[in-house]
Design a protein around this ligand. Structure first.
Ligand SMILES: [Zn+2]
Length: 172
C-alpha cells in the first residue's frame, strides 16, 4: 500500500466529472487500498479518487473512529438516487486545507453503486454517513463543498481560495 499525494484546490481533475470504472480487477483493489491508506494517514473520513489525481468514479469512507454508523466502505460508480431531509453542518475538505464552512445536506439517502467486484449494491445512509457520501459524490462530479456554502460565506472564503488556487497552479 502507498500513501499518495492529495490534490489541492486548483488542480484541474478536482473540477472534472470523473469517468465510470468499467474494469474490476486487482488494480482497482490496489487503488482502493492506496486511497484508504492515504485517507488514514491524513486522518480524513472520506476520499474521492480525484483527490489522489485519478479520473475514476471511486470513493472511500471511514468515519467509524468518530461517528456512529460510519463504517468503512469503498464504492465504485456511486450515484445518489434518493434524498430526504436537510441539515446544515460545518464541513472541511482535505483538498482545501485551512478552511471550513456550513453546508446543507440531506440527512437520508440511498446510494446506488458497485462494489469492487462490479456487483450492484444499494446503500442506505443517514446523518453523518449520508453527509460524507454526499461530499464524496460531489467530488467525483467535479463539485466541492465551497460551491454549496451561502454566498456571504463564499465571499469570506474567496481570498483564501484564490491564494490556494494560485499556490496549486504554481506547483503543477
Ligand atoms: Zn473533500
Amino acid at each position: 500500500m502507498a500513501v499518495l499525494p492529495i490534490t489541492k484546490y486548483g488542480t484541474p481533475v478536482l473540477r472534472k466529472k470523473l469517468a465510470d470504472v468499467t474494469v474490476f480487477d486487482d488494480n482497482l483493489k490496489k487503488i482502493v487500498d492506496d486511497m484508504f491508506e492515504t485517507m488514514y494517514e491524513v486522518r480524513g473520513i472520506g476520499l474521492a479518487a480525484n483527490q489522489v489525481g485519478l479520473d475514476q468514479r471511486i470513493i472511500v469512507l471511514d468515519g467509524s473512529a468518530h461517528y456512529e454508523g460510519c463504517e468503512k466502505i469503498a464504492l465504485v460508480n456511486p450515484d445518489i438516487i434518493e434524498m430526504k431531509g436537510e441539515e446544515w453542518m460545518v464541513e472541511g475538505c482535505l483538498s482545501i486545507p485551512g478552511l471550513e464552512g456550513d453546508v446543507a445536506r440531506t440527512t437520508e439517502i440511498i446510494v446506488k453503486a458497485q462494489d469492487l467486484d462490479g456487483k450492484d449494491v444499494l446503500i442506505q445512509a443517514t446523518d453523518m454517513q449520508a453527509r460524507i457520501f454526499q461530499h464524496e459524490c460531489d467530488h467525483i462530479n467535479g463539485k466541492m463543498y465551497v460551491d454549496r456554502v451561502t454566498p456571504s460565506a463564499r465571499t469570506l472564503m474567496e481570498s483564501k481560495l484564490k491564494k490556494l488556487q494560485k499556490q496549486t497552479e504554481q506547483s503543477l
